[in-house]
Structure formats: C-alpha cells, structure tokens
Design a protein around this ligand. Structure first.
Ligand SMILES: *Cc1c(COP(=O)(O)O)cnc(C)c1O
Length: 429
C-alpha cells in the first residue's frame, strides 16, 4: 500500500514559492524524516483527513492542544457563540477573568497571570520579567529544552558545561547569547557548578520540568528540587516552562506532580483549545513588576482575544470536569507496551514512557535521561518506523526529538486499530 499524495504534493510545491520551505513552522516540513509534508483539510476526534482524502490516527494533536480530540463540539459551540459577539475589542472582557481564574485555581503558584498569544511570548516575557525583577542578567537553561524561538533561549552549551552559551541560530548577537548558560538536563552537579561560577548575576533558571522537545524526557525529582534550592540560595527566579506539560500531564501541571513551586510559570498549547494563546504568571510580588503597575514593559494588541479565551474556557471547563489524565496515561501505556512486545519479538530495541496525555518512545534499550542520550538512540529505525506507520495511517511526530500526544477520543477501538497498524508496520522490518 502506498499513500496517494497528489494534492499534498501540488500544495507543497506552491507553498514553497510563498513561504520559506513551504511552511510557517519548521518541524512541519518533515525534513528529519526524508519525506515531504502532508497537507490537511479537516480533523475530527482522533482522525486527520488530508487533501487526498487519506485518513490518519493522530498522535500529535496539534503538538498538545487537542487533548479532547479535534473539533470538539463543546469548543466549536463556544467559539461560534463568541464569534457572533465580536472577535476583538482591544479592551478588557469578563472572559479573560474567567480563563485566568480557571488556570489559577488549578495552578496555585500562578497568583497573578497575564495572557499572551503564544508560548514563545510567554517564555520571552518571563525572562524579561525575571531580569527586571532581580536586577540581574544571566540565565541558565538546559540542553534539549526548547522554550520557543526567543533570542536568549535559542542557545546551546559549548562542549564543556561551564562554557559560555553559543547562539544556536545566526541573528542572535554573541553578547546576548553569552548571558545564557546551558547545562545538561537531569545533571545536578553541572548546574550546581555553573550557579557558583555565575555568582551574584543569576537572574533565572528556566526548565521544562517534563521535557517534550528532546523526545519525552521527564525531569528527575531530585534534579528539579535542586533547581528550586539553587534559586532560593541565590535569589534567582525559577521558571517552569509548562507550555507543553501544562494541562497535558495533570490539571496542576508538572509542578503538581513533583510538588515543587516555581516562581514563574509559562503556559500555552492546551489552554487555548487550539487557538493561539499563551499565559505566564507566578508570585504576586514578581508579577506586580509588570506594566502598567510596574516598570517592566509587556503588551499585546490581541492578548486575551475573545475567541481564544472562549475556546480556552470551554476546553478547560470540560477538562477539569473530566480529569482524564490517569485514563490517558493508561491508554498510552497500553499502546506503547503492545508496541514494545512486538518490537521485542523482532529484536528491535524499544523504550517508552508516559505521563498523563504525553508520551514518548525511543529506539533504544534504555530510556534516555538527557539530550546526549537521546541523540544516541537509533535514527534509522525511527525514520523507517515513522514513514511506514504514516503509510499505514498513523501520524506520529516526524522527529525523535518530539513527544507524542493522546486525546480522550483515542478510545479502545482507535487503540486497537493503531496496534494493528503498528503490527503491519513492523512486518516490514
Ligand atoms: C511549544 C513550546 C514553546 C513555544 O510555544 P509556541 O506557541 O510555539 O511559541 C515553548 N516552550 C515549550 C516547552 C514548548 O513545548
């Protein structure tokens, strides 16, 4: 069986004349897996339909937001209702209060919060606020953690743990990159050493407490607690980037699972129900440094947009009511352990992990704990698995450096179909 891609291919050809690489966000271009991207026209529940009418069981879920499945009628109705009332006023609305309150009740470390339009805006604002509040400049991040395309955060370590950050992308001045230190994830000793090297100029440590951008790699409890302690000792701001893990792993995010309170939290993805939304928030004393009551400037013409707020409220209300996280985790564990059995039978190395509605798998005997270990997992097996699964109608993330996402619409029949399709996929190995 091979996939009919006539329309997708034509659209991609046209798109390449209009947008760099034919896409509006790079991972969509499928460059990692040696194939062209598929263009979609609709989605319902767990199923995506492409422009050639092929259907796929979706395990990306728009990179997280589709935790209740695509085109969920509750969200669709809420957006339709708001649409009739106006799409943007550039002025305060009651529905901003409502979404903010829904978030704050579930994530109590966010004593005050502010809405923005993307995860990148949320982390960017956290960094500026942490610097403005602390009066300090340097920040520590962890290799393999992605925090959006913020200049200060698109930085990787050099070879040694204590080398200055080098920019990951042209266009970022060395002067700025030098203020960002990157340490290996889940490595207590290296971050402790770098904190003492930086001395009294550490503004913030930013981390994905459950990482989803080097594949799925949960933080270790001891590691995250060490970050809390180091920030307390140096008066630095601890920022949890929960843009992906927020309302994906549990209602209270990773901070609830690990019982560690960050000073600031960045959110995005799920809280917008598929519309462009981000939010950041935390300690009142820090958040009150923001304009208009404080000196740190931050703003947005479409921030708190009514359509986005109404989608977010509908999703969040339903999610809080369902609290589906244990059942999502059970579903992905069932799926992944079935795949593992099939891989074992074939002698293919396979490891996997799941928390709530997020999961990951690697072609390796052992689960990786940091970026370097992820790099070492098998690329060839991943690429073959991805492409063969796609041909069989399963849409997994097109890179071993991405996580997987499951929704409440992935019921037992969908999971059985997936297992059958993986079985077909592995027959070609
Ligand atoms: C997706 C993501 C971002 C960036 O969010 P955008 O909405 O793409 O700007 C930041 N941090 C993490 C952890 C993410 O997964």
């Amino acid at each position: 069986m091979s996939l009919k891609r006539t329309n997708s291919d034509l659209l991609f050809k046209k798109a390449k004349t209009l947008m760099p690489g034919g896409v509006n966000s790079p991972v969509r271009a499928f460059k990692n897996v040696g194939t062209d991207p598929i263009f979609f026209k609709s989605a319902k529940g767990p199923i995506l339909t492409d422009e050639d009418n092929n259907t796929y069981i979706d395990f990306i879920g728009s990179w997280g937001p589709m935790i209740l499945g695509h085109s969920n009628p509750i969200i669709v109705d809420a957006v339709k209702k708001q649409l009739e009332l106006g799409t943007s006023y550039g002025a305060p609305t009651g529905i901003e209060n409502k979404l903010a309150e829904l978030i704050k009740i579930q994530v109590p470390s966010m004593q005050k919060l502010r809405m923005v339009n993307s995860g990148t805006e949320a982390t960017m604002s956290c960094i500026r606020l942490a610097r403005g509040y602390s009066g300090k400049n340097k920040i520590i991040k962890f290799t393999g953690c992605y925090h959006g395309h913020v200049d200060s955060l698109l930085v990787k370590a050099g070879s040694g743990v204590s080398t200055f950050g080098l920019p990951d992308s042209p266009g970022i001045p060395d002067e700025l990159a030098k203020l960002t230190y990157s340490c290996p994830y889940n490595d207590v000793d290296s971050v402790t050493k770098v904190v003492s090297e930086i001395g009294d100029d550490l503004a913030a440590i930013i981390v994905e407490p459950i990482a989803g951008n080097m594949g799925f790699v949960p933080g270790q409890s001891h590691f995250l607690q060490t970050l809390r302690d180091l920030c307390d000792k140096t008066d630095a701001v601890l920022i949890f980037d929960e843009v992906m893990s927020g309302f994906r792993v549990s209602l209270g995010g990773a901070q609830e699972i690990y019982k560690i309170k960050p000073d600031l939290t960045a959110l995005g993805k799920v809280i917008g129900g598929g519309l462009p939304v981000g939010a950041f928030g935390g300690k009142e004393s820090i958040m009150n440094q923001l304009a208009p009551i404080g000196p740190v400037y931050q703003a947005g013409t479409l921030s708190g947009n009514p359509l986005a707020m109404s989608a977010g409220i509908a999703l969040m209300t339903t999610l809080i009511d369902m609290n589906p996280f244990q059942s999502l985790e059970d579903s992905s564990k069932h799926l992944l352990s079935s795949i593992k059995e099939m891989c074992d039978a074939k002698g293919i190395p396979f490891s996997h992990a799941s928390i709530g509605g997020m999961f990951g798998f690697f072609f390796s005997e052992e689960l990786p704990n940091n970026f370097d270990e992820v790099v070492k997992t098998n690329d060839e097996l991943f690429i073959k698995f991805f492409n063969t699964a796609l041909k069989n109608g399963i849409y997994f993330a097109p890179s071993k450096y991405e996580a997987g996402f499951i929704s409440t619409t992935h019921n037992s029949s969908i999971l059985d179909q997936t297992i059958e399709k993986v079985n077909l996929t592995l027959k070609e190995f």
